[in-house]
Design a protein around this ligand. Structure first.
Ligand code: 5GP
Length: 114
């Protein structure tokens, strides 16, 4: 698998504004925020995309989502609400081939998404 910008962020080769890190996940601010709070959460064991989770250990997947929920809590988003988004593939408009969950908060979201 080719290195992506998120591999480089994880390795520390490219700077990022980290908001949470443990042995399993890294969360950092999106460089082009689409909401007052816009965080990206990535697993440290790389998956290129959401669809690869079919082959992953359920505990690992659960841990990823649990950490994302904790990050949203720690950023004070849980009471007012937030949106969590995972884009997959061309139609999903995924632009970075490293699985990531967007946490978007701090404003009212609309539906349907674009
Ligand atoms: P996708 O479209 O793949 O779901 O989302 C990729 C996200 O990565 C975009 O929201 C984009 O702004 C963000 N992004 C791209 N390059 C960088 C970067 O170098 N640093 C950070 N922090 N975010 C990035």
């Amino acid at each position: 698998m080719e290195d992506t910008i998120f591999d480089k962020i994880l390795a520390g080769a490219i700077p990022s504004d980290r908001v949470y890190e443990d042995d399993h996940v890294l969360a950092f601010r999106d460089v082009s925020p689409q909401a007052p709070v816009h965080i990206l959460v990535i697993p440290k064991v790389k998956a290129a995309s959401f669809t690869e989770l079919k082959d992953r250990d359920e505990e690992e997947i659960g841990r990823f989502f649990k950490r994302a929920a904790l990050v949203a809590d720690e950023l004070g988003l849980s009471d007012e609400g937030y949106r969590i988004v995972i884009n997959h593939g061309k139609n999903g408009q995924q632009t970075v081939a490293y699985l990531h969950a967007h946490i978007l908060g701090g404003r009212q979201m609309s539906w349907p998404p674009g």
